[in-house]
Design a protein around this ligand. Structure first.
Ligand SMILES: Cc1cc2nc3c(=O)[nH]c(=O)nc-3n(C[C@H](O)[C@H](O)[C@H](O)COP(=O)(O)OP(=O)(O)OC[C@H]3O[C@@H](n4cnc5c(N)ncnc54)[C@H](O)[C@@H]3O)c2cc1C
Length: 246
């Protein structure tokens, strides 16, 4: 969740390994995976330095003591899972990176998660179907809206590539990545609104039926775009701090 430092799942050193207890919610596609990355507490909670004492592990999901429970989303699909650890014992080499460095590692990884193309292209399929459904005679209002969306997506692509360049150069583009995700989610969530508006009085052609299906699917997924990978409020907090505003 947003307050990751409050994580309660714990790994305790035991012999040559680690004993893990706790629950990890929202683990996308865990049922299809052989391994997952776990962020958890490995040291006592110090209220003054809440980010200290956390580590990351690569967990073999076939180990005893690990249960994966499905969580259905708004569309009724099963992508999410809750992963429960009950005295799961991990080998020594399951530790990823360095013990106690979990926070620095996870925040570094978030720049990758927040700046990739999947952070601004989630509604792209709907945009393609909208263009198809509007053909052959899009009016000026549609042309303006589509032109604006195209310009926004091209700008986001350039921003995303710039962040990739910074990551490649070894920089820490946490602020820049947060901007890509925040702006990307705004565009992704705006596309279903614009599509519904432009097609409100459209004729029920075969193309527009496909469009309606993609619109329904995207509309039901859209609320999650500004939650996954860091909520809008959290991202704007990071941007404000990066700009020296808080
Ligand atoms: C589609 C999807 C896929 C996901 N996949 C994964 C995954 O594979 N692995 C994984 O680890 N997680 C995954 N998540 C979880 C995701 O990272 C969390 O949902 C997200 O970080 C928000 O945490 P939360 O759900 O606990 O909400 P909370 O943190 O409880 O937030 C609830 C609300 O309070 C607001 N809020 C919280 N703190 C503050 C604050 N300090 N200031 C202002 N507002 C605040 C939030 O913005 C939000 O609106 C996924 C989520 C979604 C929607």
């Amino acid at each position: 969740g947003s307050d990751l430092a409050s994580v309660r799942t714990k790994a305790v050193r035991e012999g040559d390994g680690w004993r893990v207890n706790g629950t990890k919610l929202w683990t996308t596609n865990a049922t299809h995976c052989q391994f997952m990355i776990l962020f958890c507490r490995t040291g006592p909670l110090d209220r003054e330095h809440r980010h200290a004492g956390t580590s990351q592990f690569i967990v073999d999901l076939s180990l005893p003591g690990i249960t994966i429970r499905p969580v259905r989303n708004l569309v009724g699909e099963h992508h999410f899972n809750e992963v429960v650890f009950e005295d799961a014992v991990l080998p020594e080499d399951a530790l990823l990176g360095r013990e106690g460095e979990g926070w620095a590692q996870v925040t570094g990884e978030l720049a990758y998660e927040r700046s990739g193309p999947e952070r601004f292209l989630s509604s792209f399929w709907l945009l393609v179907e909208l263009v198809r459904a509007l053909q052959p005679a899009a009016d000026a209002r549609a042309e303006i809206a589509l032109g604006r969306l195209g310009a926004q997506l091209i700008t986001l692509r350039r921003m995303s590539r710039s962040v990739a360049g910074l990551l490649q150069a070894g920089a820490d583009p946490a602020l820049e990545a947060a901007m890509v995700k925040d702006l990307g989610a705004l565009v992704e969530q705006e596309i279903p609104e614009i599509a519904r508006d432009l097609m409100a009085e459209g004729p029920p052609t075969l193309q527009s039926r496909t469009f309606a299906q993609v619109l329904a699917y995207t509309t039901l997924h859209a609320p999650s775009f500004s939650l996954r990978g860091g909520t809008r409020e959290i991202l704007r907090g990071i941007i404000a701090r990066g700009l020296g505003l808080r």
